[in-house]
Design a protein around this ligand. Structure first.
Ligand SMILES: C[S@@+](CC[C@H](N)C(=O)[O-])C[C@H]1O[C@@H](n2cnc3c(N)ncnc32)[C@H](O)[C@@H]1O
Length: 397
């Protein structure tokens, strides 16, 4: 019976997305524009600051106290303005470039997601809670400049925002839209856990702010016996996440919950993770989420968040670079989140400060075994966050 079930292919919701030739061309252009902004122009902005603006400041006797002084000095700089303008517009266009194809595919995507949610062929599940109050910080603005972000619903059982965020994200990272790539963050963290804690075998894993589950599935692959859970406030992204996981043959339990206070019982999880999540919520919510992590972790459990490096971990110039999103990308909590000390946050939630950590780990797919061994031995450092490394923080309970 099991063998018979395995042979029945579960349809792939991603394959329903079929952009026309012109739409593909537009997506390629947007990917290139964004890459040009975030790689080439980013480097030019840095040399503009180092070679021109900083010497001018110093010639005028002005000292740079922190990143805000750099931001003021660069505000009218033409290279920085071109970079900002291109980056902002490319970001908006990432989502716009996939919307027409998602709209055409929507009825069949909804039918498929509905069918999989009713059947759960891999044994996963989807639990939505239409009465869940959506936090204002999630829907008061189009986070990431994505219209409707993860919560907008225009029709019954809508999955559109799941598809827009998933495919817009592929355009954003230049994998658009056909190259399949796993959640590289989750892969890298799972790899690091296995290398640093060989005996660690979580019974249950929870991913907070899972969106479409991209950075949850690799944990289930790394720890196949664990029960995997993903929560998010957005129903459309969870429907999409569930359909994707079922297609991958990976049993995941998705539920619509606020990570500040969930319905799981105390000590239910051994591994709690998140990626690209905490910087999107205000400080009060961050503290509530970390308190919840402490409550939900069993003794010996592990909490790991992949996040932006905190302000104290990087230079003034890098703080200027990272905080760009606060004013330009509809991510109002970027700066205030980064101003916090991750170790103090963990301690404030009840974790033993001595068991809290923050570090940058290598991207496991690109770093190579030999260099990884050197990293673990403390002989070399991981590349910077976002350039071949991932900043993580967390604690053991
Ligand atoms: C940038 S996305 C995370 C991306 C995802 N973790 C990944 O790696 O692909 C942030 C997610 O956090 C979710 N979120 C924000 N506040 C939340 C809360 N209080 N509880 C649960 N999910 C939340 C948002 O709905 C959104 O899907």
């Amino acid at each position: 019976m099991a063998a018979q079930m395995e042979s029945i292919a579960v349809p792939n919701i991603e394959e329903l997305f079929r952009p026309t030739h012109d739409e593909r061309a537009r997506q390629s252009l947007v990917s290139m524009l964004r890459k040009h902004a975030i790689i080439d122009l980013r480097a030019k902005v840095r040399s503009e600051y180092e070679d021109k603006v900083a010497p001018e400041l110093s010639a005028r006797g002005q000292t740079v106290k922190d990143w805000r002084d750099i931001e003021s000095a660069m505000a009218d700089d033409p290279v920085h303005r071109i970079y900002s303008s291109l980056r902002y517009n490319a970001q908006e266009m990432c989502y716009q470039s996939v919307q027409p194809a998602v709209e055409r595919a929507l009825p069949s995507m909804i039918d498929l997601a509905r069918d999989l949610a009713a059947r759960n062929p891999t044994g996963g599940s989807l639990q939505l809670d239409p009465s869940l109050p959506i936090p204002r910080y999630l829907n008061a603005l189009d986070v990431h400049l994505a219209p409707g972000w993860v919560t907008a619903e225009h029709t019954h059982d809508d999955v559109a925002q799941g598809a827009v965020v998933a495919f817009g994200g592929k355009v954003f990272t230049g994998q658009h839209p056909y190259r399949k790539r796993p959640g590289v963050v989750a892969e890298s963290i799972a790899y690091w856990i296995k290398k640093t804690r060989p005996g660690f075998n979580p019974r249950r894993i929870l991913d907070l702010g899972t969106t479409t589950g991209k950075n949850l599935l690799p944990y289930k692959t790394a720890f196949p016996k664990a029960e995997a859970h993903g929560i998010d406030c957005g129903a459309p992204v969870l429907r999409y996440a569930h359909a994707l996981a079922e297609h991958e043959g990976i049993a995941v339990h998705f539920s619509q919950q606020n990570a500040e206070h969930t319905n799981f019982v105390d000590g239910h999880f051994d591994l709690i993770v998140s990626s690209f999540f905490l910087h999107e919520i205000p400080g009060k919510a961050t503290r509530a989420v970390l308190n919840e992590c402490f409550r939900l972790l069993a003794p010996g459990g592990l909490m790991i968040h992949m996040e932006l490096p905190d302000a104290a971990s990087v230079t003034d110039y890098e703080n200027f670079f990272w905080n760009w999103d606060t004013t330009n990308n509809n991510e109002p909590f970027y700066t205030s989140y980064r101003d916090q000390d991750p170790i103090a946050l963990a301690a404030g939630a009840g974790f033993d400060r001595a068991k809290a950590f923050k570090l940058t780990i290598p991207d496991s797919a690109s770093f190579g075994e030999e260099r990884y061994a050197k990293f673990l031995a403390g002989e070399i450092q991981a590349p910077a966050h976002g350039s071949g490394g991932w900043f993580i923080h967390g604690a053991e309970k």
